[in-house]
Design a protein around this ligand. Structure first.
Ligand code: PLP
Length: 377
């Protein structure tokens, strides 16, 4: 494991905690933010996606680090984040609700825009029709598909993209191109493919500029792509546009990110404390954190156990994870284990509350306020 292990908890604390429990180390999260800011040479080029952070006290760390611009995926994230930006007196807060909104979703965006007048909101579109449906106020980013095939208008559709920008008029903010499909194991090959698609993005931005529709911002890259993205000279020097990257997972870091970016300087800031509930058979250990407490990226990468590398997570049910003791001692019934999640973003979203710690000391129990969806009627 490339990242340092989480700091041990202060003596006596573990035993007082009702398991399973999400632990978030504020010091580690702060250092992870600082590590990205070193790579981006300051806050101007980072528009973090807050779908990972979810906790107001962690969102406040971004604001205190000087970050003003954010991306989110849900209205609840936008609402909680806007509240944090106001509480932190963040000037010129800027939130891109990076989803395609329809019906009640557009009404909700209008409500957020009215509720938080100090924040500049924007959203995504991929057609001229969508522009016509937007409520007055929010800015517009054109969602461009670089090959992920999830959302957005194809990068080759220059005429249509210019038509959308024209339709958006002075609400047109820029281009949003998320390349979440770029996680090739060979980092040089990944960088080559990322840069090839960014060359196309630079041409697209140039054609918009030529049509007097210059994008003021071009947003790319989550965690696996952002170090390579920052090295693309064409995007970094786009006349009249700022290129921003939008990694989000990095604030807590996880096993998947270690695999995708082995050299990233980051710590595991979110772990799940669990207890050994049962010792089935002769070589298994079952703990009380299941798929409702910790999420991996599949059966091969559920979680790793801090200080117990020989315990391999082999299966999960809702409130149990079964670990195989491979060639080492089995911990006793009732023993406490700390799990590093395979995929931290859904893991944090599973918890209603988190225990904030710093250097192993408990600070407070807080709500994971931006988790889930609002289901408003
Ligand atoms: C549109 C968009 N931008 C940015 C991100 C952040 O990427 P990561 O989770 O790799 O940090 C995501 C992740 O799902 C995303 O969907």
């Amino acid at each position: 494991m490339a990242a340092p292990l989480p700091a041990p908890l202060e003596p006596g604390l573990e035993g007082r905690i009702l398991t399973p429990a999400l632990l978030v180390d504020l010091g580690a999260a702060r250092r992870n933010i600082e590590a990205v800011l070193r790579l981006t040479a300051g806050p101007a080029r980072w528009r973090p996606h807050v779908k990972t952070a979810k906790i107001p006290e962690v969102l406040a760390l971004y604001a205190r680090a000087g970050i003003r611009r954010f991306k989110c995926a849900t209205a609840r994230e936008a609402d909680v984040l806007a509240g944090v930006l106001e509480a932190e007196s963040t000037p010129s807060g800027d939130i891109l609700l990076a989803h395609h909104l329809y019906g009640r979703g557009l009404d909700r965006l209008a409500e957020l825009t009215a509720r938080w007048p100090g924040v500049s909101f924007s959203t995504l579109v991929e057609s001229v029709d969508q522009v016509a449906e937007l409520p007055p106020g929010p800015g517009v980013f054109i969602d461009v598909d670089l090959g992920m095939g999830r959302t957005g208008i194809g990068i080759g559709e220059g005429d249509e993209i210019r038509a959308i920008a024209r339709a958006a008029g002075d609400r047109f903010r820029g281009l949003h191109a998320y390349d979440g499909h770029r996680h090739e194991a060979d980092l040089d090959e990944r960088a080559r493919l990322i840069h090839a698609s960014y060359d196309e993005l630079v041409s697209l931005a140039g054609s918009l500029r030529d049509a007097d529709l210059a994008p003021s911002e071009v947003i790319t890259a989550g965690t696996p792509a952002f170090p390579a993205a920052l090295k693309h000279v064409g995007l970094a020097t786009l006349p009249g546009s700022v290129h921003r990257v939008s990694p989000g997972t990095v604030v807590y870091h996880d096993l998947r990110s270690v695999e995708q970016l082995p050299d990233l300087e980051a710590e595991f800031a979110a772990t799940v404390l669990t207890r050994v509930a049962s010792l089935p058979g002769t070589d298994r250990v079952t703990c009380d954190a299941g798929s409702k407490s910790v999420e991996g990226t599949g059966p091969d990468r559920i979680a790793e156990v801090v200080d117990h590398g020989h315990l391999k997570a082999i299966s999960q049910s809702e409130e149990h994870t079964v670990l195989m003791a491979e060639g080492g001692e089995r911990p006793e019934r009732g023993a406490l284990l700390r799990l590093i999640p395979g995929h931290v973003c859904p893991t944090v979203n599973l918890a209603t509350h988190a225990l904030l710690v710093e250097d192993g000391r408990l600070i407070e129990r807080v709500e994971v306020a931006a988790r889930g969806h609002e289901a408003l009627a």
